[in-house]
Ligand binder design. Structure first.
Ligand code: AMP
Length: 218
């Protein structure tokens, strides 16, 4: 069973690496950002609240995210493992998560830190494009992540667009939030002996090779 958690600042490659691993190990890629984005079409107060938080680069409440995630992890496709992208974002979520794991009789598994500098992450955010159909991530600023045909997904032919929160102002807030709230998780998971660090600043295939070495115990 492969339970994988990615800890990383925005644009470090969590989405891209999650998709690769999800296909390789046939386990679901669970992005808490996507779970939230899936609720945005509803015309409700909750949907308005989520959009406001996401637009400002501020976290939504722990209670909401824990509820969405625990419902998702109960589904059968998580029985052989899963990849968590964007959760936990702070120590309080990590502590609540231990409760969820206990109730579902699951282990933490591998916590992988994708390390990247603020400057490189910012450069990537500017060029990031996402397929509106299958969610594959592209980047106009990186040769290995450009689509073959501009604006079109190589895999499904869907159209590529920017995320509404991928702009410089929101990026700065999200990176600040990462430093303050998410970085303390490194120490938390280091103490538990489940943390692995990967340099994610070179390119997609280098990052992928490092992750595979960890998961295959080399
Ligand atoms: P992401 O897609 O992971 O970059 O997340 C986009 C936005 O969704 C974040 O800036 C937060 O507003 C919200 N979000 C995603 N995951 C979480 C989480 N675990 N806890 C709280 N808010 C989250």
């Amino acid at each position: 069973m492969k339970n994988i958690i990615f800890i990383a600042p925005p644009a470090a490659g969590k989405g891209t690496q999650s998709k690769i691993l999800s296909e390789k190990y046939n386990i679901p890629h669970i992005s808490t950002g996507d779970l939230l984005r899936n609720t945005l079409n509803e015309n409700s107060d909750l949907s308005l609240y989520i959009k406001k938080q996401m637009k400002s680069g501020i976290l939504v409440s722990d209670d909401l995210i824990i509820k969405l995630l625990s419902e998702r992890l109960k589904q059968d496709d998580c029985n052989n493992g899963y990849i968590l992208d964007g959760f936990p974002r702070n120590v309080s979520q990590a502590i609540s998560f231990e409760g969820i794991l206990k109730s579902l009789d699951k282990e933490i598994g591998y916590v992988i830190l994708l390390d990247i500098s603020r400057e490189i992450a910012k450069g990537r955010i500017i060029g990031r494009l996402i397929c509106s159909n299958c969610g594959k991530v592209y980047n106009n600023t990186s040769n290995d992540l450009m689509p073959v045909i501009e604006g079109i997904c190589d895999e499904c032919g869907g159209s590529l667009s920017r995320r509404f929160d991928d702009n410089e102002v929101t990026f700065e807030k999200r990176f600040d939030e990462y430093i303050v709230d998410t970085l303390p998780l490194i120490e938390y998971y280091e103490k538990k002996g489940v943390l692995y660090k990967v340099d994610s600043s070179i390119n997609t295939s280098y990052t992928k090779e490092q992750i595979e070495k960890i998961l295959e115990g080399n």
